[in-house]
Write a protein that binds this ligand. Structure first.
Ligand code: PLP
Length: 399
């Protein structure tokens, strides 16, 4: 009997070791990892550059707090600013905390401008922003809100893709629009570039801030450093996590100077956020992600994965209803219940992947994946569909 909270429907599978896109279970079985700890292990497992950065950092100073200057943190922030739209960074330990910072930054910007009545954020149905009280209100999913008292006020929800609905939701209390450029948990839905550009234009027209949640779709996963780059727009604020630490808990809220200006001493803080260990790893991750050719590789592998999934969909139209996603944040909407299918893939085919809303099977390989790995994974999916066919046939014969 586990002594843990029962908050997760965990598998009993436990891993001992990892290397690249493979994980090795305690019983010695090898698994192909198209899960990456839910889009976290961007560089796979046991990357030598990350391992040596963490070991070197562990020999120095583990923690000092943000009361002191943390050189690795300063350096990571400078590099992120150089590589993005942003002028300033606040480091966190998780995605939800990055979103909390983003929400506070947006609201405080208007407070400091003498417009405290503008605190409402227009967000989208099907989105996921985390599990804190603030981020479950931002996500608006009734299942996650139920039982936890009144939701944090100040969020309106409209359907993604519907610019007219966003415009209709704008009111004197509005301060920002919050969106995932590719919805992950909700069902792997990529926002059309036209819609992203429309949101930017609408925000500019009404004086709203555009806040992006790139916790899952950012940090190279779609083949660009950040997913919004595909649409050519820039946000005012952006929440980042997962890939930024590639397995070490790290997140960040990035903002323009204009917007970050009101976040003065006393407005926000974190004991651990951006500590020396986390930022040493963060810098090592960035070395790799910004290496020439890295993002091009992700883009190419994303296209190959999409191609192989399209073949699979043609071969098994009875099981694959739709292809979704962008780059290596890929999904297929399937007919068998996705939770059971994920368990079947793990148990019978030793392939790790994740479900998402709308009965979508989510494929999130490490960004270092090769086409041979992709072929192997899609081969395992084909084997699993074939097994379903055979079971259906033998049931029919049995009957
Ligand atoms: N935002 C998005 C888009 C996510 O996918 C997640 C986690 O899956 C979060 C926020 C929350 O991140 P964390 O679980 O690190 O708090």
């Amino acid at each position: 009997m586990s002594a843990l909270y029962g908050t997760y429907a965990r598998s009993e599978l436990a891993f001992e070791r990892g290397e690249g896109v493979r994980l090795y279970a305690q019983d010695g079985t090898t698994y192909l990892d198209f899960h990456s700890g839910i889009a976290v292990n961007a560089l796979g497992h046991g990357d030598p550059h990350l391992v040596s950065a963490l070991k070197a950092a562990a020999e120095k100073v583990w923690h000092t707090s943000n009361v002191f200057t943390i050189p690795e943190q300063e350096r990571l922030a400078r590099r992120l600013v150089e590589a993005t739209f942003a002028d300033a960074v606040f480091f966190t330990n998780s995605g939800a905390e990055a979103l909390e910072c983003a929400i506070k930054t947006a609201r405080h910007h208007f407070f400091a401008k003498g417009e405290p009545e503008r605190y409402e954020i227009i967000a989208f149905t099907g989105s996921f922003h985390g599990r804190t009280l603030g981020t479950i209100a931002a996500g608006g999913n009734p299942h996650y809100l139920e039982g936890f008292g009144p939701p944090l006020a100040g969020f309106a929800h409209v359907a993604p893709g519907d610019l007219a609905a966003v415009e209709a939701a704008v009111n004197p209390a509005s301060c920002a629009v919050l969106i995932e450029p590719v919805q992950g948990e909700g069902g792997v839905t990529a926002m059309p570039a036209e819609f992203m550009r429309g949101l930017r234009e609408l925000c500019d027209r009404y004086g709203l801030l555009l806040v992006l949640d790139e916790v899952q779709c950012g940090y190279g996963r779609t083949g660009r450093f950040f997913a919004h780059e595909w649409s050519g727009i820039t946000p005012d604020i952006m929440a980042v996590a997962k890939g930024i630490g590639a397995g070490f808990p790290l997140g960040a809220c990035l903002a323009t100077a204009r917007v970050a200006a009101s976040m003065v001493p006393g407005t926000h803080g974190s004991t651990y956020g951006g500590n020396p260990l986390a930022c040493a790893v963060g810098n090592a991750v960035l070395d790799r992600v910004l290496e020439p050719g890295f993002l091009e590789h992700v883009d190419r592998m994303g296209q190959r994965l999409a191609w192989h999934l399209a073949q699979l969909a043609q071969r098994f139209p009875q099981y694959v209803l739709e292809q979704r996603g962008k780059g290596l944040l890929a999904g297929i909407r399937i007919t068998p219940p996705v939770r059971d299918f994920v368990a079947r893939l793990r148990r019978d085919h030793h392939l790790l992947c994740q479900g998402a809303g709308d009965n979508v099977l989510r494929l999130l390989p490490p960004l270092i994946v090769t086409e041979a790995d992709i072929e192997e994974a899609v081969g395992k999916l084909a084997d699993a569909f074939t097994a379903l066919d055979q079971e259906a046939a033998s049931l029919a014969t049995g009957a």
